[in-house]
Design a protein around this ligand. Structure first.
Ligand SMILES: Cc1ncc(COP(=O)(O)O)c(C=O)c1O
Length: 339
């Protein structure tokens, strides 16, 4: 076991021993290769560098009380990557190849999986890039699929605690028929300026409305939004939102707990009616929302009056964490257990 300060890990990059790689050439995927190089050697005219032909995923493996390691929803991540591949004309990574590579890279770096009890996990980052040279705007003919891992601590320093968001109208992260529903780097480049404005103003993250009408809720930075009222979990239906696997899991758990679930456009003004709200994603699971400010019209939607996470958000969070850690039955087959 490596000696790391497990309780004080940041959500940053720490080198591990190995990554795994697979090349797509002549119309097919090759053999899985194990590498301890942290760099990649690609052509300067590679399509990933010029035309944004790159996609990634993010999922986690958890060190559990019983000494086992549990990987959360890798099949769903494989399927989302395939959807992204169709979106930006890259060859799909087959589910079996994706799962084999994820499992392999976690096993190879077993000693970097944070032990149970430190609020830390092994973050798994699959990356697919177009590598062959192209000067015209066309898809590459060759690709590299690589997966690396790194131990991470909580995304927000305070862990499961409420934070504040600000609606930013000067920047859109994605257009309604653009690439927002795919996990491609361009969406994140488009979000950097808005994110900086939010941080400079002292907010935890930026909050996006739909790009066309600026009327409906889209996303909270790099996380999905949900609101709760009248025993109902409500989350935006929007073509420019990334289909969050955490959100999908929370919807299922909400149903399992007897809540209603609505996936529909949510007008900004409805924010004032929620009893609870949160941002959700792999990094933090749920980040409860205390308030959302709309600086342009001077509105402040205070969702948590006492500044604390609400009861439903807490229940949903705890239940999902327990499934990830093998402390609740995995009734939906979400977890891959490694001994
Ligand atoms: C833009 C965006 N929305 C939502 C999410 C949450 O998705 P997931 O729950 O699959 O991590 C992420 C993180 O992956 C993201 O980058």
């Amino acid at each position: 076991m490596v000696q790391l300060d497990w309780s004080n890990l940041k959500f940053g990059y720490i080198p591990t021993n190995y990554n795994v790689r697979c090349y797509y050439r002549n119309g097919k995927w090759g053999e899985i290769e194990v590498s301890s190089e942290t760099t990649i050697n690609i052509h300067m005219a590679a399509t990933c560098l010029h035309y944004g032909q790159e996609a990634f995923e993010g999922l986690k493996a958890h060190g559990c009380k019983d000494g086992k390691v549990r990987i959360f929803r890798m099949r769903a991540n494989a399927e989302r990557l395939q959807s992204t591949c169709r979106g930006i004309l890259m060859p799909e990574v087959p589910t079996e190849l994706f799962e084999e590579m994820v499992t392999k890279v976690v096993k190879l770096n077993r000693e970097f999986v944070p032990p149970y009890g430190h609020d830390a996990s092994l973050y798994i980052r699959p990356l697919l890039i177009g590598t062959s040279a192209q000067v015209g705007v066309h898809p590459a003919s060759e690709y590299l699929f690589i997966i690396f891992v790194t131990p991470v601590g909580p995304y927000f320093k305070g862990g499961f605690a409420s934070s504040n968001y600000v609606i930013i109208r000067e920047y859109d992260r994605a257009a309604p028929l653009g690439t927002g529903r795919y996990k491609v780097g361009g969406n994140y480049a488009a979000s950097l300026a808005a994110n900086k404005i939010a941080h400079d103003k002292g907010y935890s993250c930026e909050f996006y409305l739909d790009a066309k009408e600026k009327k409906y809720i889209d996303e909270c930075g790099a996380a999905n939004f949900f609101g709760i009222k009248n025993n109902t979990y409500i989350t935006p239906k929007s073509s420019s939102v990334l289909p969050s696997i955490t959100n999908n899991s929370l919807q299922q758990i909400a149903r399992d707990m007897g809540m209603k679930v609505e996936v529909r456009p949510i007008p900004e003004v409805e924010l004032s009616t929620f009893e609870e709200a949160g941002a959700c994603g792999t990094a933090a699971v749920i980040s409860p929302i205390e308030k959302i400010d709309d600086l342009e019209n001077g509105k402040s939607y205070v969702i948590s009056k006492d500044g604390k996470p609400g009861p439903w958000s807490t229940k949903l969070y705890n239940h999902l964490r327990k499934i990830q850690l093998g402390e609740e039955p995995d009734v939906h087959n979400w977890v891959t257990v490694l001994d």
